[in-house]
Design a protein around this ligand. Sequence first.
Ligand SMILES: [Mn+2]
Length: 479
Amino acid sequence: MALSLDVFGREGFLKTAKRASEVIKRWAKAGNPVTIISHVDADGITAASIMASCFYKLEVPFKARIVPWLDETVVEELASEPEGPMVFTDIGSSYMEILARKLGTREVLVLDHHPPVGSPPPGWVEVNPHNHGLDGTIEVSGAGVTYLVARELGPEMKELAPLAVIGALGDMQDRQEGRALKGLNEIAVKDAVGLGLLAVSEDLVFYGRETRPIHKAMAYTSSPYIPGVSYQEDNAFAVLSKAGVKVKEDDRWRTVSDLSDEEKRRLLDALAEFLASRGHPPELVQKLVGAVYTLVREEPWTPLRDAREFASLLNACARMERPDLGVAVCMGDRSRGLEEAMSVLEEYRSRLAKCLSKVQKEPGVLEERKLLTVVHGGSWMGDRMVAAVASILSSGMVGSGRVLVVYALEEDGQNAKVSVRGPPGGPDVDLGAIMREVASMFSGLGGGHDVAAGARGHRPEGLALYRPPPQASGGEAGP
Ligand SMILES: [Mn+2]
């Protein structure tokens, strides 16, 4: 490929997005069914839903597959499907070699933000911020890339902008100061605000800040995870009373948005104190202030009103292997699909709460090393919860400087799944590259971003299911 200056930066990216949209227009004219392949997380679900909504509006038949990764088996399955165009969203760039080898003769679009490995075969269009010198971990998510392609298809696609906002928040692209989406993500934010679908305000980022009693809003919040408060209403209540914040006004529950600035300050102070008393970094409270994204057309009291909470609902669907429900909700199902998704969320929350309490309470499960924090998840955690536990624990690990490693065994006991997270300010390493390399040593596949990555592969010979803590003298006696 001849490199020229115009491929760099936003303009270059948007040019490529336009090229991809032209391919889609061509497909729409031909009318052949298109297969969408997307990644199983909130960002991947929103990306697939944006693409699916486009095809729906263009009256192009489509089907969607949501996959956790692409390996020989998955790609061979795709290759065995009837000839037809394929679009990969939020996945694909890291698997270019295998995709080119198995699907090279097809018409393919790859709309992704993961660091590319290899380049696409001639005729394919890959839209990826990394190819234009833009950082795919904060500039734009998979849903955002897909939205920026969709937007070129016509102005009616702009109503899909809220999905791009939800996807970016699901991928935690709001890590910067002020918890605001920046870069290319801002295009979707502006479009959604312009259409009156989204309101952005500055506040405490607790879920349901306009609709829930404050202690509930605190306990429901999982991005960031607040150790001891997320999932624990009683502790949230205790923090509020310590802060001297009234939870009721007459008979009505007050909400976060009812609090005065003074009350908010007292609440954060009390929360910082609470965290410190339990050995957690009090700086975490800084992540609780910032941009709040409210989907103003959604019903209050549902998990869809707050865009971060919407993303959590989708993540739960993904982790519980019901991404189909997530797609249904993203595409507008507010009856059966939403009801089912909400019961999946309930079950997910209770499983996660059990895993987290085991990590925090059972000796030996969490091991602090010099540069690493290791969570020995064994088989009780199950491979589904690994990434969830990793994301949640890492969001509470501000300033530790350690890389978090969480692993568990798959149900068959033969494969292990590993998730790693680099906390901000941690060692400057590319975790995606490390996981790719390590997984290949165990006939597995790995990859991801430099700050969040994962792998699965055969369980190494001799890897203990559960490692007892080293015997320390003076430790607690017990069974
Ligand atoms: Mn993503």
